[in-house]
Design a protein around this ligand. Structure first.
Ligand SMILES: [Fe+2]
Ligand SMILES: [Fe+2]
Length: 303
């Protein structure tokens, strides 16, 4: 059995002090939004509650699917790197960026480059699929489980939180899925945006969702994990190799009692069953009494 934990949309707080010239961009809108409301929603103490629970349960691996920061301030990336180090070693944690991590155009050295050890293949993954020069998708392999990590994070205009994979990444994804499929691995795809058409509006959605779904249908995957919506959703797509389960998880820092579900992470217990796989999902959510409780336990597939 392999246990994979999935958390997303960290929206790390508190926000570092921003200099005036750093706000002469799309950041000014995010800054106003943060101080008007989001800072009451994304709470550090809630995130800490969840990650403490996660640490005690000690899964085999942790996937973090983006939106680690809020406004893309250089100091935020450093703080997020520090948070990742506390979560686990780069061998035990895989991270991908979300739209907030590409809030403004920033040289990687000042931005997501600080998370690089968490955003690259491992030796077993690289042996199966060589990482393209743009860095995505990268593959990590842990025994029978193969993780394909994508980046849908692109800088966008104000009021737009859309994502895009692009032609190259989509075609690399197709070959990675084939390669891992031939190897008989349980394929997990990580992406920040909800990847199916109709899951999000034009302004918030994945621009190439239709193409992504076509690739999924044709090449197959067992599990697709995403964030961005700050809600729990489970979808299924029929593929050439059987059902692909697509799961979105709420934000890992959402306070209890907001319009969205309270902070939650999911655990997947993955094991071989006959010629296929058995996957059980366990939801762990923050409650109002400063505890984390098992809010859901459900078998997602058994074939
Ligand atoms: Fe988010
Ligand atoms: Fe997002």
């Amino acid at each position: 059995m392999f246990t994979l934990a999935h958390l997303s949309d960290i929206h790390l707080s508190p926000l570092p002090r921003a200099r005036r010239r750093q706000l002469l961009s799309k950041r000014i809108l995010g800054y106003v939004n943060w101080h008007r409301g989001r800072k009451f929603v994304h709470r550090r103490e809630i995130l800490d509650l969840l990650t403490h629970d996660l640490g005690e349960r000690d899964p085999d691996h942790i996937a973090v699917t983006g939106d680690l920061v809020n406004l893309g301030l250089p100091e935020e990336y450093l703080r997020a790197a520090d948070w990742l180090h506390h979560l686990g070693s780069p061998d035990d944690v895989t991270a991908i960026p979300g739209n907030h991590d590409a809030y403004v155009r920033l040289h990687p050295e000042r931005g997501t480059g600080h998370w690089q050890p968490y955003m690259e293949s491992n030796a077993a993954g690289e042996a199966l699929f060589a990482t393209p020069k743009d860095g995505f998708p990268f593959v990590r392999r842990f025994g029978d489980v193969g993780i394909i990590a994508l980046s849908s994070a692109i800088p966008t205009m104000p009021f737009v939180a859309a994502g895009k994979l692009g032609k190259d990444q989509l075609s690399f994804l197709a070959s990675a899925l084939d390669r891992l499929g031939r190897e008989g691995l349980f394929r997990v795809v990580l992406i920040h945006h909800p990847p199916l058409p109709g899951q999000a509006s034009w302004a918030r959605g994945l621009r190439d969702a239709k193409k992504f779904r076509e690739i999924l249908r044709k090449h197959g995957a067992e599990l697709v994990l995403h964030g961005h919506d700050h809600r729990q959703t489970v979808r299924e797509v029929d593929t050439a190799t059987g059902p692909a389960i697509i799961v979105g998880v709420p934000s890992a820092s959402e306070a209890v009692g907001t319009r969205r579900p309270a902070a939650r992470y999911n655990e997947y217990n993955i094991e071989k069953a006959g010629n296929g796989w058995r996957v059980e999902m366990v939801g762990r959510a923050a409650a109002s009494n400063d505890q984390v409780w098992e809010c859901e336990r459900r078998v997602l597939r058994e074939c």
